[in-house]
Design a protein around this ligand. Structure first.
Ligand SMILES: Nc1ncnc2c1ncn2[C@@H]1O[C@H](COP(=O)(O)OP(=O)(O)OP(=O)(O)O)[C@@H](O)[C@H]1O
Ligand SMILES: [Mg+2]
Length: 247
């Protein structure tokens, strides 16, 4: 079986400083895969590289069998892979609806399809419909992350890549957002999630990879990793296993 996403031997440096060292990982069709690891392990670098925001020094990134390494991000979106970046990066002085339209733009599909897609994400997030004309800057943290997820779904991705969904949000809001991502997955979209809170990542994924200092040090079914306290304490640090509410 060909993986939807197949990352092979990917290395990335910032100037002379290596950030990823020969990373291998896969996401199968229909899977939810998590990447966990300490601050600075290279998680965001990996997601940015997969999404076309950074070009790797070496290695291959196969999406549906095509090597997309070094392909510009808008083209990667058109091919079916969309990133929700860490901190969501909304256009704060634009309305909720305008932010959604920007999520659709790279697909180059007709605007009639854009309006259908807006209806689809408003059905997932009714609160965004109520706030459709409001500036993104006026949204609460939870609403802003809803908009982040909704905007990334506007391109109808085959693979949605999410960096730190829980960042700065109350546990209840995080739980609601993960429930919606579970529905999105059940409807056929594969997910690659990066999460500081290891218990959240393992609870909401089928398989997981542990990154340390730019290398994959461990991988396996999430349930197996979650049930091994030695693994959590040696690779992930005690603090990362705390509940999101402790943040
Ligand atoms: N633009 C940059 N220029 C130089 N070094 C960078 C840059 N971005 C990240 N790095 C370095 O690369 C390494 C990996 O960073 P990255 O942001 O990928 O980690 P992370 O696992 O996402 O961390 P966090 O959990 O804090 O978000 C770190 O040592 C970081 O300092
Ligand atoms: Mg990061």
């Amino acid at each position: 079986m060909t993986a939807l996403l197949d990352v092979r031997g990917v290395s990335v440096s910032y100037g002379a400083v290596p950030a990823l060292r020969g990373v291998d990982m896969e996401v199968g069709a229909g899977e939810v895969v998590a990447v966990v690891g300490a601050n600075g392990a290279g998680k965001s670098t990996l997601l940015k590289t997969i999404s076309g925001l950074l070009a790797p020094l070496s290695g291959q990134i196969l999406l549906d069998g095509d090597d997309i390494a070094g392909t510009p991000a808008y083209d990667v979106v058109r091919r079916g892979l969309t990133l929700l970046p860490e901190g969501r990066e909304l256009f704060r002085e634009m309305s909720v609806l305008e932010n959604l339209h920007l999520g659709f733009w790279p697909t180059r599909r007709p605007s009639s399809l854009r309006d259908e897609r807006v209806e689809h994400v408003f059905a997932l997030f009714p609160r965004l419909r109520e706030r459709s004309s409001q500036h993104a800057s006026t949204l609460s943290g939870g609403e802003a992350q809803m908009l982040g997820v909704a905007r990334s779904l506007m391109s109808s991705p085959k693979l949605l890549v999410v960096d730190e969904l829980s960042l700065g949000l109350a546990p209840k809001v995080v739980a609601q957002l993960f429930d919606i991502l579970a529905d999105v997955n059940a409807a056929g979209t594969s997910l690659l999630i990066v999460e500081q809170f290891v218990h959240l990542a393992l609870e909401h994924s089928h398989r997981a990879y542990v990154l340390a200092k730019g290398s994959v040090v461990l991988s396996g079914p999430s349930a197996e990793l979650a049930s091994d306290p030695a693994i959590v304490s040696s690779y992930l640090g005690g603090a990362s296993t705390e509940k999101a509410g402790a943040r």
